[in-house]
Design a protein around this ligand. Structure first.
Ligand SMILES: Nc1nc2c(ncn2[C@@H]2O[C@H](COP(=O)(O)OP(=O)(O)OP(=O)(O)O)[C@@H](O)[C@H]2O)c(=O)[nH]1
Ligand SMILES: [Mg+2]
Length: 399
């Protein structure tokens, strides 16, 4: 990745879906160490099926990168199809990545545990597989124009496919082992009562865990600093909880990447309470969008029945004259909310009282079935987006 430090960012205006978040993309490029040299905006109602962008923009990029194409990475603030990525890099002779590959780079950069490294390897393997498949298809199509190329294409692809399946199976096997060990630790934790800190990436989840449990885990102004769950003991007024920090959420996360982290995220299902952290210092539309993304991901995991408290963090960054009205608006939209600063400790006592009154009562949970959660999230199967739980939670306490 760092072999290609110069980035040209491409954004499509009027893109139908998903709408890009420019600032978030700048944050991602910075996190990955890219030096942004140019932002090119393509005005187009719908993306081109072959190249995503039009001929004019293609030539413009080619002109820019012609002198030293090896130095550049062209980054799309969208998710492209494997064929589009292949066509673009063939045509422009530069490295081309889209939003999901950039997120993957951040994951690779920040992963520290064996489990997160394996999960990321699995996601990369799948994305590279799709890319390679379309590359072979396009190449064979070019060589055999107008003729039936199916048989030949499959021949070229077969050994790659075999290799892919072998590597996939071996990663999955190792992940299953890790998960077995985690299952044993989890049984002990569930008895004590777990409160999970969840929410959009960079919202301040780790900062909250740190201040609650006097920890010093990495908390930085970067996306996806945390890629693994960490649990620490937290005591308040004679009551002990275990507080778990989790992997952050992001908008428009492709299913491949979501699936890679599904088992880690599904740890949330074992909690008796959820603290949903939202950065309140951002513009209101962003606050609401990130809240919606977080709720959608919690629904995908199947965690909507777990008692939840909305924690609007970074209140110290809201200008004092706006604070009251911001709080009132958000309280009306999202009842059951607390406003805090994990940095200054403001309102922390209110949060602690709320945790005590809302989450003290243990939820009665059934144990997951023998089949592990990861087994249910097969790589080529769609993730269940119906919000159904992967295991049954009996009589969740609703207080
Ligand atoms: N001003 C201010 N900054 C905060 C507050 N809480 C967290 N931050 C800062 O926000 C940034 C992100 O905090 P993290 O704790 O890493 O956020 P996170 O949700 O764990 O992020 P990921 O692990 O990357 O998903 C860091 O620079 C923190 O110092 C707060 O209440 N006020
Ligand atoms: Mg974190």
């Amino acid at each position: 990745m760092v072999e290609h430090p110069l980035a040209i960012l491409i954004e499509l205006e009027n893109a139908i879906r998903p709408p890009y978040n420019h600032d978030e993309m700048l944050g991602m490029l910075k996190t990955c160490g890219y030096q942004l040299v140019e932002v090119m905006v393509q005005k187009r109602q719908t993306p081109s099926a072959r190249f995503f962008i039009g001929e004019g923009k293609l030539s413009e990029i080619q002109e820019k990168t012609a002198e030293d194409s090896g130095q550049y990475t062209v980054v799309f603030n969208h998710n492209l199809t494997p064929t589009q990525i292949h066509n673009l890099s063939e045509r422009m002779k530069v490295r081309v990545i889209d939003r999901k590959f950039l997120i993957l780079e951040i994951f690779e950069l920040h992963s520290t545990t064996r489990e997160s490294k394996l999960q990321i390897q699995l996601a990369r393997l799948q994305l590279e597989y799709a890319l390679r498949k379309s590359e072979v298809r396009e190449r064979v199509k070019g060589e055999h124009q107008g003729r039936d190329f199916k048989g030949k294409g499959e021949g070229i692809f077969e050994s790659f496919r075999r290799d892919f399946r072998k590597r996939e199976a071996s990663i999955r096997e190792e992940l299953r082992e890790i998960e077995k060990q985690r299952g044993n630790q989890r049984k002990l934790r569930v008895k004590q009562g777990v409160v999970s800190i969840v929410g959009y990436t960079n919202a301040g989840k780790t900062a909250l865990l740190n201040i609650l449990t006097h920890e010093n885990l990495p908390s930085r102004d970067e996306l996806f600093t945390t890629l693994t769950t960490t649990t620490r003991q937290y005591d308040y007024k004679g009551q002990s909880f275990l507080v778990t920090d989790t992997v952050g959420f992001i908008a428009d996360l492709p299913e491949d990447l979501l699936k890679a982290f599904m088992t880690t995220l599904q740890e949330i299902l074992y909690s008796q309470g959820i603290l949903l952290i939202i950065d309140v210092s951002e513009p209101k539309d962003q606050v609401i969008k990130k809240m919606k993304v977080s709720q959608e991901i919690l629904a995908k995991i199947g965690a909507m029945d777990i008692p939840l408290l909305n924690v609007f963090n970074k209140m110290d960054l809201v200008p004092p004259e706006k604070l009251q009205s911001t709080m009132e608006t958000l309280q009306n939209l999202f009842p059951n909310s607390v406003f805090i600063s994990a940095l200054t400790g403001e309102n922390l006592k209110i949060l602690k009282e709320q945790v005590l009154s809302s989450f003290s009562k243990p939820r009665e949970m059934a144990q997951p079935t023998e089949q592990s959660n990861r087994d249910k999230v097969k790589m080529n199967e769609p993730v269940d987006v119906s919000g159904e739980k992967t295991f049954h939670v009996k009589n969740p306490s609703k207080n």
